[in-house]
Design a protein around this ligand. Structure first.
Ligand code: UDP
Ligand code: UDP
Length: 485
């Protein structure tokens, strides 16, 4: 049944619990939030959701994707309501996409307050991890709020730890990270090397401008829903229940409900049938898959080194190559003519063993038996998808908290090899990761039945058990539903 309503909020008298989901205009966050909503809807028939949709005026491509995602989402008891798009943003200072989105969220606060006041039976909100200022709105209406943390529990622990040091121990995070080489963080089993700290916690303006504030707000929520599972991040999850690990005040309940994967790729698979057929004709575990998320791109000189490294390794490959932004702040687009940026003759020489493409349905690719290894930027979704599919990783983080995820993959979980852990810094210093280093990483990744392959298979089984009936994530979701009743 279709009950999608984009222009008006709509509900029926039967519905008892009306939750509002507020998500920043980022496709990854929106897709995950919708998957979470679907899971909760399956568990409780009294529940319904209204998703308040924000669109970023500066990103028409992203807005189009959001619209098509919503149009394809015909789910009973899941409604959409468009928030107004700001008409004039010329006065907004927006050096980064993150800063712009923050201003957009502030702009929407008033509209959200007005909208939820009209929703009959409004009983709570779920906000994504960067939208936490909306927790105030829930407080004003006296309803509970939940944060959906779309990254890992170890990273959540790191943020809470840093916030505790700032607020209770009078330590300036940005100062002490410069004086240490390693840190003991309660959510990690091993000391964390300073060099892998996410740039958002070391960059003063990002930490003090946004992340410290959001982390303080996480504490005001009734619960934090995390896209992870107990067996994957056992140390992190245990640390949340240990007294005083994160300061004097108690933490909200933590609900590990993952892996929540983006399964709405069916259409996308049909659009990529040639590539999927090509995979069908490759031997098992023979193809190395390279993909750096929705935004990851490299400078042309770096692209050439990757091509040379791949070619020297001799492995079959599927490489998702995206065009670098034309100038700062522009968005990465799919690359149409790859030949322009690759070494002379590369495509001809590798035609029988490899493919360079602009976008793939990644979960389907990772699920394919021909794929034997994943060179990844370690976005949290990509990491979970690789684990789910039992594919070992070679880590090449680019930004955000990806360096920390890569550290987890290699050092904490033992399911990956390191190609370049601190590329962000390397890039600042104009250092290029050379073909030899890339070739070495690919060989380590792909060579036979190694330890990392065994380990990732184990985690893959555990990830599937976690979401099955009676599994840890299944039960965690049940607890949220009980909390809502
Ligand atoms: N997507 C797509 N084609 C594209 C870009 C994105 O189909 O060219 C879809 C895809 O389903 C993917 C999702 O968008 O899972 C993730 O979007 P994105 O990664 O852009 O979100 P963000 O990284 O900004 O959170
Ligand atoms: N993705 C995809 N095809 C691509 C690139 C990305 O389907 O060619 C999907 C990928 O499966 C994942 C999401 O986009 O679900 C990327 O999320 P992640 O957290 O890994 O990285 P981000 O894009 O946020 O940097």
């Amino acid at each position: 049944p279709i009950s999608v309503s984009q222009s008006s909020i709509h509900f029926s008298a039967m519905e008892k619990i009306e939750l509002v989901i507020i998500v920043a205009p980022l496709m990854g966050h929106l897709t995950q939030s919708l998957e979470l909503a679907k899971l909760l809807l399956q568990r409780n028939y009294h529940l319904s959701f209204t998703v308040l949709v924000m669109k970023a005026p500066f990103d028409p491509e992203g807005t189009a994707k959001i619209q098509s995602l919503i149009a394809s989402c015909n789910i009973d008891r899941l409604h959409f309501h468009d928030l107004p798009t700001p008409e004039d943003t010329s006065q907004w200072s927006c050096p980064h996409r993150g800063g712009f989105i923050e201003q957009l969220i502030d702009f929407q606060k008033l509209h959200i307050r007005e909208t939820v006041s009209k929703i009959k039976g409004f009983s709570g909100i779920i906000v994504d991890m960067i939208n936490t200022t909306m927790i105030d709105v829930a407080d004003d209406f006296g309803v509970p709020s939940y944060v959906f943390f779309t990254s890992g529990a170890a990273f959540l622990g790191l943020l809470l730890h840093f916030q505790t040091l700032e607020d209770e121990q009078n330590q300036q995070v940005s100062d002490f990270v410069r004086s240490e080489t390693e840190l003991v963080v309660p959510s990690f089993a091993n000391p964390v090397a300073i060099r892998v700290l996410p740039v958002l916690t070391t960059r003063k303006e990002a930490w003090y401008g946004r992340f410290l504030k959001s982390t303080r707000e996480y504490r005001k929520a009734k619960g934090i829903i995390v896209n992870t599972f107990a067996d994957l991040e056992s140390d992190a999850i245990r640390s949340f229940s240990l007294k005083s690990k994160y300061g004097r005040s108690e933490l909200p309940s933590i609900f590990p409900v993952g892996p929540i994967l983006n399964r709405s790729q069916t259409q996308s698979i049909n659009d990529h049938s040639e590539m999927m057929n090509w995979l069908d004709s490759q031997p098992g575990n023979s193809v190395v898959f390279l993909c750096f998320g929705s935004m990851g791109s490299f400078h042309f000189d770096q692209v050439k080194e990757i091509a040379n490294g791949l070619e020297k390794s001799g492995y079959r490959f599927l490489w998702v190559l995206r065009q670098p932004p034309a100038k700062n702040g522009d968005f990465t687009v799919d690359l149409e003519d790859h030949g322009l940026f690759l070494p002379n003759g590369f495509l001809d020489r590798t035609a029988s063993i490899g493919k360079v493409v602009g976008w793939v349905p990644q979960l389907a690719v990772l699920s394919h038996p021909a794929v034997g290894g994943f060179v990844s930027h370690c976005g949290w979704n990509s990491t979970l998808e690789s684990i789910w599919c039992g594919v070992p990783m070679a880590t090449w983080p680019l930004h955000g908290e990806q360096q920390l995820n890569a550290f987890q993959v290699v050092k904490e979980l033992g399911i990956g090899v390191d190609i370049c852990m601190d590329y962000f810094e390397a890039k600042q210093d104009q250092v290029i990761v050379r073909a030899e280093q890339i070739e070495k990483g690919i060989r380590e990744l792909m060579d036979g039945e190694n330890e990392i392959r065994k380990m990732v298979k184990e985690f893959s089984e555990k990830s599937r058990l976690a979401v099955e009936k009676g599994g840890s994530s299944y039960l965690s979701l049940e607890k949220i539903v009980e909390n809502l009743d």
